[in-house]
Design a protein around this ligand. Sequence first.
Ligand SMILES: Cc1ncc(COP(=O)(O)O)c(C=O)c1O
Length: 466
Amino acid sequence: MLSSRASCNSHGQDSSYFMGWQVYEKNPFDEVENPAGIIQMGLAENQLSFDLVEPWLRINPDVMGLKNKDGESVFRDLALFQDYHGMPAFKNELVEYMAKIRGNKVKFDPKNLVLAAGATAANETLIFCLADPGEAILLPTPYYPGFDRDLRWRTGVKIVPIHCTSSNGFRISMFALEEAYERAQKLNLRVKGVLITNPSNPLGTTMTKDELENLISFAIDKNIHLISDEVFSGTVFDSPCFISIIEAAMGSNLKRNTDLLSRIHIVYSLSKDLGLPGFRVGMIYSNNHTVVNAATKMSSFGLVSSQTQYLLSYMFANKKFTSKYMKENQKRLKRMKEMLVSGLKRSGINCLKSNAGLFCWVDMRHMLSSNTFEAETDLWKKILYQVRLNISPGSSFHCNEPGWFRVCFANMNQSTLQVALRRIKNFVEHSRFNYQQNMGGFSRRLLSNWVRKLSSEDHREEQERY
Ligand SMILES: Cc1ncc(COP(=O)(O)O)c(C=O)c1O
């Protein structure tokens, strides 16, 4: 019934990353209504700073009411606006905001910006413009599971993983880059570019200057594109500070390589930093006019509504508000991250050292029954169905070492995070107890009883606290 393209399974929808969400949807945790439910820790959503945005909306009712500064209605103009180049006022504000996130070390020209309905659409558009079906893009692992859908499903482009490992904190080495390139060549795939995610999802780390310079040399050497997905750039809450690929490329010895500059492209969106994934605001930034023109033509398939552009151009024009928001949001992210890291540590679980993002990359290798992906899936299922936490297994991020999990912390309040940490602690202690009793694994019934008991304890403790 469906076309082969629509039914092709390169979408990745059946990955455990998405399956976890489906299980969560059937039994979502709620402190009061459903304290025994599943806590969603598999969604990189930022809900920590809505209380900063809402007062701004309240004191600017005219913007929401589609009125201009003189109180006149702009409804008709917005209703008819359909220019796929985007609103100049919005694009001007957006480039200033992007520069601000990068400490004003980089200047962006609004003429080089293409708007898209989120980074999802921006990534697909860019790959569509840069590579033909059957050509390849190199992608460091572990990587965001949505890339299987965004980069390859409709474009027919192949993803060739660059295998990064825990031995160097999953940094991209020159060796790993060369190895991936050779592997692609052996498969007769023409490599068109490397796509990096900086800061990384799922690692929560920013790339070092050395790493970026290696990537730049590699792209020069192979004459390929360098795409940097920087959707988490405003979430950097700790040192070292964020270095954008553009900033690294402007660095002294590479400055004169204007050819390379035309092969560097940035993808950004407001889904993570501002917590607005529902608004669908994404963009491509490129110094390459041919790419900008092609991507602008394609943006007809996923424009940002004029109403949204109007609202956000006013919000971004308020520089005091954006500065305060960025600072406070990063402070809150840091606090939640530290709460998660120290809580897990108390259960004997370590996280990769991170300084950005809405999640931690958590090392549970010691909790596997064997060093295999089957054991990782078993552990994931126990944590999902019995402990009732939806976390995402490393295999869904194409990590090639079993036992790593991504755990999100910014889509919940502190008390929910405490409930999650208590559940993990009890799970670890219970597992240890069972192990000591030489039971050789978990007794399903015992564990279910324990989880039920734990859930009612969670509820009682929460009630006592308030
Ligand atoms: C690295 C990365 N790129 C792109 C996206 C998609 O973002 P958007 O909501 O702007 O489409 C995500 C979402 O999680 C992401 O993690």
